[in-house]
Ligand binder design. Structure first.
Ligand SMILES: Cc1cc2nc3c(=O)[nH]c(=O)nc-3n(C[C@H](O)[C@H](O)[C@H](O)COP(=O)(O)O)c2cc1C
Length: 216
C-alpha cells in the first residue's frame, strides 16, 4: 500500500515537472522554406521601394511564408553554406544579427537552419521605439552588431564601419523584399536602446543599429 502511494506521488511529480519544463522551454519556430518564385522583377521592386507611413502603418500580421521570405532576403544563405544575400567582408558569416519582435515573443533568425530561435517570450514591440507608432507594427526586425563576430577586425572604427555597411545592405534587401511581397516596411533609428538590450539579453559589447517595422 505504501509503495503504491509513493509510486503515484512520484508519477504526479514527474507530470508536474514535465509541465513546468515545457512552459519555460524555448519555443523555436521552424520557418517554411523561402519561396523563390516571386514574379515581381528587381526593377519593379526598385520602383516600388518606399517607407510605409509611420502614422498609418499596415497592421495585419505577416504569414510565416512572408516572414521567411523577408528574413531570407535580408540575410539568408543563397549559395550553399557560405554565401549570403548580402556581402560580408572577407566572406565571413554575417556579423550583424537579425532579431524579430513579434506578438508572441522575440526571436533570433538562424539563417543556417531557417529557424526563429526564441530569446524572449515577451511582446516588446511597444517598448523599443522612441516614436509611439512603432508599436503598431506586427513585426519589428532588430539589427544588432555582433561584437564577438566583429572582433575578427582589430580596429574598433573598422568594426563599426563594416557593421553599418552590412546593415545598409540588409535593410535595402528588406525594403526590396517587402516591395515584391506587397508588405509595408520602415527603417527606424529612434530607438530605446536600454529596453532592447535588456529584452534581448545582449552581450555588453553588442550594439543595436536600427529597427525595421514590417506589416501587411
Ligand atoms: C538612416 C535612417 C534613419 C531613419 N530613421 C527613422 C526614424 O527614426 N523614424 C522614422 O519614422 N523614419 C526613419 N527613417 C525613414 C526615413 O524617414 C524615410 O526613409 C525617408 O522619409 C524617405 O522615405 P522613403 O524611404 O519612402 O524614400 C530613417 C531612414 C534612414 C535611412
Amino acid at each position: 500500500m505504501k509503495s503504491r502511494c509513493s509510486f503515484r506521488f512520484f508519477t504526479a511529480f514527474l507530470v508536474l515537472l514535465a509541465l513546468f519544463v515545457s512552459s519555460v522551454a524555448w519555443a523555436d519556430i521552424k520557418l517554411p522554406a523561402p519561396r523563390m518564385d516571386n514574379k515581381v522583377t528587381l526593377f519593379d521592386a526598385l520602383k516600388r521601394r518606399s517607407s510605409a507611413p509611420g502614422g498609418d502603418f499596415p497592421t495585419a500580421p505577416l504569414s510565416d511564408e512572408d516572414l521567411s521570405d523577408v528574413l531570407w532576403a535580408t540575410v539568408g544563405l543563397n549559395r550553399g553554406q557560405k554565401g549570403w544575400t548580402v556581402p560580408m567582408s572577407e566572406g565571413l558569416p554575417p556579423y550583424v544579427d537579425l532579431y524579430a519582435a513579434l506578438e508572441n515573443g522575440v526571436f533570433l533568425y538562424d539563417w543556417k537552419d531557417n529557424i526563429l530561435r526564441e530569446v524572449s517570450k515577451n511582446d516588446i514591440r511597444a517598448k523599443i521605439g522612441a516614436q509611439r507608432f512603432v508599436a503598431s507594427a506586427p513585426c519589428i526586425l532588430i539589427l544588432v552588431g555582433n561584437a564577438e563576430a566583429l572582433s575578427h577586425f582589430k580596429d574598433e572604427a573598422v568594426r563599426k564601419e563594416f557593421a553599418h555597411v552590412a546593415v545598409g545592405a540588409m535593410t535595402q534587401d528588406t525594403y526590396l523584399a517587402a516591395a515584391a511581397l506587397g508588405l509595408g516596411t520602415r527603417y527606424i533609428h529612434s530607438m530605446k536602446l536600454d529596453e532592447i538590450e535588456s529584452a534581448l539579453r545582449l552581450p555588453k559589447e553588442d550594439f543595436t543599429v536600427c529597427l525595421m517595422m514590417l506589416g501587411k
